[in-house]
Design a protein around this ligand. Structure first.
Ligand code: ZN
Ligand code: ZN
Length: 153
């Protein structure tokens, strides 16, 4: 099934959730809105619906984002995939989560000594080795491979 067909069904099933065509898949908790790419993968649409139904809100630390991402995929595979007859390959999930792991690794690497730092605030990291601090962009979206800095709309 194409994304647009599935969107129609989901709109009927969950009238309180706004679904809006966009360039990529994104859950916007402030607007109770799922943005979807009409030419994208239905698996991602169910992933975003997972965020919506789990009422995922903002997070303050990058590591929370990874668990939120994992939870949305788990919900999509266990509650939504059969219902909507959508195949969600585990490779797709791992690939998606890998983009977050790589992204977190890049953000947490100290720009001075290249060791791993710890997150000391919502957008701040600190190196435990050389005490350097650095700030990072806000992260949004569920397909970071396409939006490497996470600073997209
Ligand atoms: Zn350092
Ligand atoms: Zn996501």
């Amino acid at each position: 099934m194409a994304v647009t067909g599935l969107v129609k069904t989901i709109k009927t099933d969950y009238p309180s959730i706004t679904l809006r065509s966009a360039k990529s898949f994104l859950w916007i908790p402030q607007e109770n809105t799922v943005e979807y790419d009409p030419s994208g993968d239905t698996a991602y649409l169910l992933h975003e619906l997972g965020h919506a139904l789990l009422h995922h809100d903002s997070y303050s630390h990058d590591i929370e984002l990874l668990s939120i991402e994992r939870a949305a995929w788990t919900y999509a595979t266990s509650h939504l995939a059969d219902k909507y007859n959508v195949d969600i390959p585990s490779e797709l999930i791992e690939e998606s989560l890998d983009t977050y792991r790589e992204w977190m690794h890049a953000r947490s690497t100290c720009p001075v000594c290249h060791l791993n730092g710890i997150q000391s605030g919502p957008r701040l990291y600190r190196c435990v080795s050389c005490s350097a601090t650095w700030s990072v962009n806000e992260a949004r979206g569920c397909n970071l491979r396409r939006h490497t800095q996470g600073n997209h709309k």
